[in-house]
Write a protein that binds this ligand. Structure first.
Ligand SMILES: N[C@@H](CCC(=O)N[C@@H](CS)C(=O)NCC(=O)O)C(=O)O
Length: 314
């Protein structure tokens, strides 16, 4: 059986994805990481929160990493919500807006890895897997992760969104070469884009197909629906996922064990979410032994485990 056939079989065999199995509770709560300072006071007022600069697409002169604290290009992102926090005079003051079963846990891992203190504000998906409306008051698209950072007592807080950009910003400001350095910089940056740009789309499409599968439809529409879902799955989701897994397998086979060399980097942290989804989907990794080894290794990482613990649904 080819890798494609076998992955197709695995896709067909699984019934729920990590996303599709998400609970539908809508309440929010605030959680503080174990690393947090425990003095109490309120966060900077919502009005004080502004956003960082995002380079405009297609502008040649814009540096790839803009200076921190400049004006925002994110449309409409100019306010945050007040955060219940226990971090008073701890700077940088960081709050992660964390949605259950989401990309936000890899941000916690990034922060853990860099030894940064942070608060977590949690949000629960509804039955259609949407984030609650309240997330839109932090970031108009209402997507997680969103990270608020105030670097010093007298600096203006910034609101960061889009995983790749959040990573890039945090690395630029707080990483002294542990997770991205001169030697692996290009490769790490490549994976920060690749994760969302290439690996995630077929996985997301599969999650949508599963929602369509679950939705009620009377016969004969149900039969037509089933046929369409399977057609899209086998024409796009399965071959594209397989294509990506084969690529990643080859990349890991180049040696080193990690995606950007022989040590953990931000690339591994970025790819942890989509590859976790792959595992939860029931895709058997026997045909991708390097990825299988990588998954096992990542699971043993203490900071990954800490992030999973703080970011759990309990
Ligand atoms: N490209 C964005 C994607 C953000 C995103 O779609 N997040 C999902 C969670 S993994 C979300 O917030 N979904 C809730 C919704 O769409 O209502 C990123 O990398 O941060």
């Amino acid at each position: 059986m080819s890798a494609t056939d076998s992955t197709a079989a695995n896709h067909a065999a699984h019934s729920t994805s990590a996303l599709a199995s998400a609970p539908a509770a809508t309440t929010t709560k605030t959680k503080t990481a174990a690393t947090a300072n425990t003095t109490t006071a309120s966060h900077a007022s919502a009005d004080a929160v502004s956003t960082n600069a995002i380079p405009s697409a297609g502008t040649r002169d814009v540096p790839s990493e803009p200076p921190a604290g400049t004006a925002s290009d994110i449309p409409g992102v100019s306010t945050g919500v007040p955060i219940e926090t226990t971090h008073t005079e701890v700077y940088p003051k960081i709050t992660v807006h964390w949605l259950n079963h989401s990309r936000a846990t890899r941000v916690l891992w990034l922060l853990e890895e860099l030894g940064l203190k942070y608060d977590i504000k949690t949000y629960q998906r509804d039955k259609y897997l949407h984030a609650p409306e309240s997330l839109k008051s932090v970031y108009p698209l209402g997507k997680s992760p969103v990270v608020e950072v105030q670097k010093t007592a007298d600096s203006t807080p910034v609101v960061l969104a889009e995983s790749g950009y959040v990573f890039q910003w945090v690395l630029r400001e707080f990483d002294a070469g542990k997770l991205r350095n001169k030697g692996n910089r290009d490769k790490v940056d490549y994976y920060l884009h690749y994760g969302e740009g290439s690996l995630q789309p077929p996985l997301l499409f599969e999650a949508v197909l599963q929602l369509v599968e679950k939705a009620f439809a009377p016969w004969p529409i149900s039969a037509i629906k089933k046929g369409l879902v399977n057609k899209i799955r086998s024409a796009y989701c399965v071959p594209e996922t397989t294509n990506n897994l084969e690529f990643l397998e080859k990349e890991l086979s180049k040696g080193g064990g990690y995606f950007a060399g022989s040590k953990l980097s931000a690339a591994d942290i970025m790819l942890s979410y989509p590859l976790d989804v792959v595992v939860h989907r029931g895709v058997k990794l026997d045909e991708f032994p390097e990825i299988k080894k990588w998954v096992a290794m990542i699971k043993e990482n203490a900071n990954f485990q800490a992030a999973r613990k703080y970011g759990s649904d309990t």
